[in-house]
Design a protein around this ligand. Structure first.
Ligand SMILES: O=P(O)(O)OC[C@H]1O[C@](O)(COP(=O)(O)O)[C@@H](O)[C@@H]1O
Ligand SMILES: [Mg+2]
Ligand SMILES: [Mg+2]
Length: 330
């Protein structure tokens, strides 16, 4: 039976005030996502929204017009929500939204920026954290909580369908935007990632920079039936993590963005607070696993809002196999 997003969030929040705050915030993020999807569909997504602005964000990535437009839409949603602090990939420091707010929202307003002008799926990722009295004086500190403290998290995908993948109350579900409305409705039951897989997802152009253990792991996947994994693998890599994550939530697989030997990539490319943690919560909520290769992602204490982390997530057996290889071979 399909369920409206609003009904689902209200029922899951129950009488818990922090969960209620998260529920309102997710509904408002849904409105921002509908606005962003409309801009992508009608606003000259090709040349205009994919145009580089020439400014680098703190992570060193060149901002595109849509990165900035999406951030503005999300900020608008924050002002309609019980949010104290907002931390974004597109802003150097967190901003205060409302002194009385009870949650902090970390966000990657536009994930998959390199795909904007190519009409490939892109997304918005969010993480909702509790704000305690100890965080009030220093907003930055609210974002330095481990991902296991997230009240809810998820991501929108702007693709052939506008989808929301949300992890709330320990489970992960998909919702689809109902065209012509502001609402979302559930798709299927709770998501469950198969424990075993034959699909891997990695930017193999970086192979020469990888550590030996990782090189051997991928070589063994590529060796197929003849190799020591004893099965044939396939490779899928969209270059928009939201799209790779959703495919893995549906049919299993393993995604890897490791640290490598390139300057500035020692901890990979992805950001812990607003990319890895929300995706990890969704993956764990669907029975999968997420790590930095060796340790559980959700247990890492962030050193900074924009900190990077190596990221491996997906089917539990495969994430464990990667851990074993890295522990043995470095
Ligand atoms: O081009 P690369 O190095 O493979 O990186 C691709 C990864 O970078 C990202 O685009 C990073 O996110 P942003 O687009 O938000 O910077 C991920 O979506 C994707 O998985
Ligand atoms: Mg991103
Ligand atoms: Mg981004």
């Amino acid at each position: 039976m399909s369920l409206s997003l609003e009904t689902y969030l209200t029922e899951t929040a129950g009488a818990d005030p922090l969960r209620q705050a998260a529920a309102t915030t997710i509904l408002n993020l849904g409105e921002a996502a509908v606005e962003i999807a409309r801009l992508i569909a009608h606003g000259g997504a090709g040349a205009e929204l994919g145009k580089s602005l020439g400014e680098a964000n703190l992570g060193g990535d060149i901002q595109k017009a849509l990165d900035v437009v999406a951030d503005r839409a999300v900020v608008g949603a924050m002002h309609r929500s019980p949010v104290a602090f907002y931390g974004s990939e597109e802003q150097d420091a967190p901003i205060t939204i409302s002194e009385g707010g009870s949650v902090a929202v970390a966000c990657d307003p536009l994930d998959g920026s390199s795909n904007i002008e190519t009409n490939v799926s892109i997304g918005t990722i969010f993480s909702i954290l509790p704000v305690g009295s100890e965080h009030r004086a220093e907003p930055r500190s609210a974002f330095l909580q481990p991902g296991s403290r997230q009240i809810a998290a998820g991501f929108f995908i702007y693709g052939p369908q506008l989808l929301l993948i949300a992890s709330f109350g320990g489970e992960t579900r998909a919702f689809i935007h109902v065209p012509g409305s502001a609402g979302f409705t559930s798709v299927g039951e709770t998501l469950a990632i198969p424990a075993t897989t034959k699909e891997f997802s990695i930017n193999a152009a970086n192979r020469r920079h990888w550590a030996e253990g990782l090189r051997r792991y991928i070589a063994d996947c590529e060796a197929g039936e003849a190799g020591n994994r004893g099965k044939n693998y396939s490779m899928r890599y969209v270059g928009s993590m939201v799209a790779d994550a959703y495919r893995i939530l549906l049919r299993g697989g393993v995604f890897l963005y490791p640290g490598d030997a390139r300057k500035g990539y020692e901890k990979g490319r992805l950001r812990l607070v607003y990319e890895a943690n929300p995706v990890a919560l969704c993956i764990e909520g669907a029975g999968g696993a997420a790590s930095d290769g060796l340790s559980r992602t959700l247990d890492i204490v962030p050193g900074d809002l924009h900190a990077r982390t190596p990221l491996v997530f997906g089917s539990t057996e495969e994430v464990e196999e990667v851990r074993r290889r890295l522990a043995e071979q470095g």
